[in-house]
Unconditional design. Structure first.
Length: 287
């Protein structure tokens, strides 16, 4: 795992990808610091973090697209998979390398409140907790980007899908407001998700029976529950989308509340996508 970490970290920093990414994140934090803090004569840096979160995290897929897609396009994936280390070690090593690159600009922004304290009262606990939550949110997006990268050998496609995923995640609550709260609509969306989960399972394990079985079982369970208690489905999808919105959870930290549940959510979701990435890598290793 350590060698994978060193290789990926050094590769990203030596070919300027990591340097450009760091400059990009710091640029947007600088712009928002001027606009939010100096423009409004406010020392509340936590709101700068919230406002800059979306546009700064849009660049993360540019880093994660190289995780596995580059290995495939360069035909070095066979060498990687032949190493006497587990798929989990490969995935975790690559994840930690990307997280370390992301931690560099985050660590720099942690000093911004100290500078702003010259011009006003800074609530350091709130600022630091918001920066910490921002970092864990970034780790979640890194795990999603790595999973997408493990599915394709095209770095461009991986980056496009990753950026699309970030945009979709950012607008989850807004999408929830547009979705009908009717029970039948929620059922239709859940059935579509069951089919999608079946397709993902097939993609990961390469077994059509497993994919169809999982999707079918979940669809039957949803139909049975719907028939037994239809009221449970009223407004279900909009409420779930708003509950799962990771950017919305970040806003709570800016109000001075350290939401442990949100941190647990970020970590759990990241672990879930890393698990999916491990399964994808395992499948390719055996193939």
């Amino acid at each position: 795992m350590a060698e994978i970490f060193k290789k990926d970290f050094k590769s990203s920093m030596c070919n300027m990808t990591g340097v450009i990414f760091t400059a990009y994140v710091l640029m947007w934090f600088g712009i928002y610091t001027v606009a939010v803090n100096f423009g409004n004569l406010s020392a509340q840096f936590e709101y700068t973090v919230v406002n800059a979160s979306f546009v700064s995290l849009l660049a993360l897929p540019i880093i994660t697209m190289r995780s596995f897609s580059e290995e495939k396009s360069a035909r070095t994936d066979r060498l990687l998979y032949s190493l006497p280390i587990s798929a989990t070690s490969i995935v975790v090593g690559k994840f930690l390398a990307t997280a370390a690159i992301f931690a560099i600009p985050v660590a720099v922004t942690a000093f911004y409140p100290l500078i702003l304290s010259i011009y006003g009262t800074v609530y350091l606990n709130t600022c630091i907790s918001t920066v910490v939550a921002y970092f864990f949110l970034g780790c979640l997006i890194i795990s999603i980007g790595m999973f997408i990268s493990s599915l394709t050998e095209s770095q461009a496609l991986s980056a496009i899908l990753g950026i699309g995923a970030v945009i979709l995640i950012y607008f989850m609550s807004s999408i929830g407001d547009l979705v009908s709260s009717g029970a039948s609509t929620s059922l239709a969306i859940l059935l579509a998700l069951c089919a999608a989960l079946g397709a993902v399972t097939y993609r990961l394990v390469g077994n059509a029976v497993a994919g169809i079985s999982l999707g079918g079982i979940l669809a039957v369970v949803c139909a049975v529950v719907y028939a037994a208690k239809k009221s449970l489905f009223a407004g279900l999808v909009p409420n779930v989308l708003k509950f799962l919105d990771p950017f919305q959870k970040l806003y709570g930290f800016a109000t001075g509340i350290f939401d442990v549940g949100a941190i647990v959510y970020y970590i759990s979701a990241a672990v879930f996508f890393l698990f999916l990435t491990v399964q994808s890598v395992e499948k390719k290793r055996w193939n």
